[in-house]
Structures are given as structure tokens and as C-alpha cells.
Design a protein around this ligand. Structure first.
Ligand code: AMP
Ligand code: MG
Length: 404
């Protein structure tokens, strides 16, 4: 069902497409060179080209014996040398074999390896191979994984442990990466109190601040923790004005319909403002604008809404500003372990666990219940206007795809 069936509500795809367009118009291009040990979570600014073949030389995939396959006639062979990983062997004496260990270079003249389990060492030290040997067996040929000059990682790749390990296999000591985006996190609400402080009447602890600050750090951002902002226009203006050096101001709360919306008010004065009502649940209100040229994204305040809108909209927006191409999380269909009877006008992101291959829902899907996310393995996506019978396929987005 398209968003046109619900006038006034913007489909999630439309909001995402607009945010990605805005991101592409304001890329964070500056880069720096970092040692591998400091590059985790960053985005490659240049493609990583292989500086060598991998492996650099043919080597043994097994502990065993290296030989020339043509020399195997069923007769035992003398062992002419021993080759450990890290050694540079001389050529193989014709008609003999070499004791070899995993990862050791194959001697010139050898073209295969027989594993030690299939070899019998005779009393005179020669070795008999029980089974016929195929040319090339148990050998990792030079360049099998990568050829020198090949592009191994494209520019725009996010660097996690695996990518960094791969850079290390190619001997890269430093990488050109995009600089960290500076993101200010602002929690709006007169009711908010920081953990560690006593709670007064009507007050609640600020959960979004910790949620977003730690998530952004994990995303590779430099977080400017702008603390709690009371619901007040003058203070909102003053606070936004202090944050002129960041790449994005991310605020939560104060965007509910009908409420005094100080963020929107300040943005209206400061330039552009877009107020979107999204066809998303939890979520719905989202503010995008600029304050003195700095992009501001206002997420809803209920913690589960903050989480869903950050995951589906803010996160891809930020990654795209860094030049990341693949910003959509991996998702796949799973059988619903629940029934969905009432078609909604908004796309629902339900907190769910996979149990016996089926998605089962957390009992309380209220947008204020962050515990639902702590319990869940992922988000189940129920499209607007649809119903579900038990066992019908439903889209599942693992949280592990989003919380990185
Ligand atoms: P608002 O959009 O400001 O009306 O907030 C919607 C709901 O989210 C209200 O119940 C707020 O108390 C709650 N909320 C807003 N910001 C936070 C926050 N930082 N931590 C926890 N709850 C919040
Ligand atoms: Mg509020």
C-alpha cells in the first residue's frame, strides 16, 4: 500500500530517500590517515588495493609431505628436507619429498602435498603414500585469495574487525579514512533527570542520551554530549547557537503533535524546517531543519521511537554523509509467530525474538518501553494496511544489523 492511501503521513521510504538526498548534498569529505589500530568504525576514503599477491607464494594447507606428483609411483620416497612456516626452502631434490607444515612455502619442483595422516614413515626413514595423489592437492596457490593491484575494499567501506584484519593481511599499516562526523546529542524535556540524581515528582531518567551517545560512538562519530535542554524557546535558541561547529544536531523529544515545539520554533526562525509525520510506529513525528547552517534532526522522545527512527533514518543519513553506499540493513522474511488482525495506517516495527525460527513479539509494544528492545533480537516490519496470519512471512531486521 502506498503512502498516498494515508494522506498526510509520509511513507518511511520517502523520508529515507529525502534524508539520503540531503546527506549526499552535504558529504563529510575531509579525510585523515590513521594507523590500523585507530581505524575501527571509520569509513575508507580511498579504495584499498592489494600491494601483493595473497598468498605471496604457494604454500601447504596441511601438515604432511610436499612432492612432485609425477614422482609418486607407489614406491616410498626419501625425505630430503623439512620446511616449517616462516622458512624459505631450497628446491626439491627430484625423486624425493619434503616434510612440510601448514603455511610453509612449497619448495620449487613440488606441486602437491599429502597429509601426514595418509603417509607411513618406514623404519629406514622413507615415506610411503597410501593413496593416489592429485596434482595441486592441499596446496594454496600464489594469488589464490587476491592478486596484486586488485581492489580489495571499495572507498566507502566501513571498517569493522574483519575489514581491519583484511587490511593487515595486505600489510597496510595506515588507512585513509573520512574524519569522524561531529554529532551533538540533545535531550529535550523538563521532566528529564540524569541517572545518579534523585527523581523529583513527575520526573523520569534521561535514557535517550545514553542510548544515542553510545550508539553514535559505535558508529564512529565524535559525540558532543549537549545534555538536557529544558522546554523553553530562549534556551533552545541559545543551545542550538552553541553547537555551530558540529555536523549534525540530533535531538530527542519535543516534536509531538500539539505540544509546544520549541525545537521547531527555533528552526523556523533559523532557516529551513521540515516537519514530517511519518507512517511509522513507533515514531511518527520527525523534524529536519537547519540552525545557522547546521543540520538538525529531531527524533521523537519515547525511547523505543527514538531507537526505531534513529536506526531506520538517522543512521543511514549519517553513514551516507560519510560516503557509505550500503546503508540499508540486511533483512529477511521469517514466519510470524503471532497474528496481526488490524491493518494499521503506519508501518509497525515490532520488537521480536526468533524462537524456533518464528518471530514472537514482546508483550508490551508501547513506544516508551525500551525494555522491549533489550529483550528483542530484531524488528519485525508489518507494512501499513496489512494483516498477518500465524506462519505468514514477515520481514525481520536483526538488531545486530542496526546497532553497529
Ligand atoms: P515528547 O516528544 O517530548 O513529548 O516526549 C514523548 C515521551 O518521551 C514523553 O513521555 C517523554 O517523557 C519521553 N521522553 C522524551 N525524552 C526522553 C528521554 N531523553 N529519555 C526518556 N524519555 C524521554
Ligand atoms: Mg518533551
Amino acid at each position: 500500500m502506498s503512502g498516498d492511501d494515508h494522506p498526510g503521513l509520509m511513507p518511511v521510504e520517502t523520508a529515507l530517500a529525502r534524508l539520503l538526498e540531503l546527506a549526499e548534498a552535504t558529504p563529510i569529505c575531509e579525510c585523515e590517515r590513521l594507523p590500523l589500530a585507530e581505524a575501527r568504525g571509520r569509513v575508507l576514503a580511498e579504495p584499498l588495493l592489494a600491494s601483493l599477491d595473497l598468498p605471496p607464494w604457494p604454500n601447504s594447507a596441511m601438515d604432511g609431505y610436499a612432492l612432485c606428483q609425477a614422482d609418486w609411483q607407489g614406491e616410498p620416497l626419501a625425505v630430503s628436507q623439512r620446511i616449517f612456516a616462516g622458512q624459505a626452502p631450497g628446491p626439491l631434490e627430484p625423486g624425493t619429498c619434503a616434510r612440510i607444515f601448514t603455511g610453509a612455502p612449497l619448495p620449487a619442483g613440488a606441486d602437491c602435498v599429502e597429509m601426514q595422516e595418509n603417509a607411513e614413515v618406514l623404519a629406514d626413514g622413507r615415506v610411503r603414500f597410501r593413496e593416489p595423489i592429485k596434482p595441486g592437492q592441499h596446496v594454496r596457490p600464489q594469488g589464490q585469495e587476491t592478486r596484486q593491484g586488485e581492489t580489495v575494499l571499495a572507498a566507502g567501506t566501513r571498517l569493522g574487525p574483519v575489514q581491519l584484519g583484511l587490511c593487515a593481511t595486505l600489510g597496510a599499516a595506515e588507512l585513509a579514512v573520512r574524519r569522524q562526523p561531529r554529532v551533538a546529542v540533545l535531550s529535550t524535556g523538563d521532566e528529564l533527570v540524569e541517572p545518579g540524581q534523585p527523581l523529583g515528582p513527575g520526573q523520569i531518567y534521561n535514557s535517550n542520551r545514553r542510548l544515542l551517545c553510545s550508539w553514535l560512538e559505535q558508529l564512529g562519530c565524535a559525540v558532543v554530549d549537549a545534555g538536557i535542554l529544558p522546554d523553553d524557546l530562549a534556551l533552545t535558541r541559545a543551545k542550538l547557537g552553541q553547537l555551530s561547529a558540529v555536523d549534525l544536531i540530533l535531538s530527542t523529544g519535543g516534536v509531538s503533535v500539539g505540544e509546544a515545539d520549541f525545537l521547531g520554533e527555533a528552526l523556523r526562525e533559523g532557516g529551513e524546517l521540515a516537519l514530517w509525520k511519518l507512517a511509522i510506529k513507533p515514531g511518527k513525528p520527525l523534524t529536519f531543519g537547519h540552525y545557522q547552517g547546521v543540520p538538525v534532526l529531531g527524533l521523537p522522545g519515547n525511547p523505543a521511537s527514538t531507537l526505531v527512527t534513529f536506526a531506520l533514518l538517522a543512521r543511514p543519513y549519517l553513514l551516507r554523509r560519510l560516503g557509505v553506499d550500503k546503508v540499508a540493513p540486511l533483512h529477511f522474511p521469517v514466519p510470524a509467530g503471532f497474528v496481526w488482525r488490524k491493518p494499521g495506517s503506519r508501518r509497525e516495527y515490532l520488537r521480536a525474538r526468533l524462537e524456533d525460527g518464528r518471530a514472537v513479539l514482546y508483550a508490551n509494544q508501547s513506544s516508551g518501553v525500551l525494555r522491549s528492545v533489550a529483550w528483542a533480537d530484531g524488528l519485525v516490519e508489518v507494512r501499513e494496511g496489512s494483516t498477518l496470519a500465524e506462519g505468514e512471512p514477515v520481514n525481520f531486521i536483526p538488531l545486530s544489523e542496526l546497532l553497529v
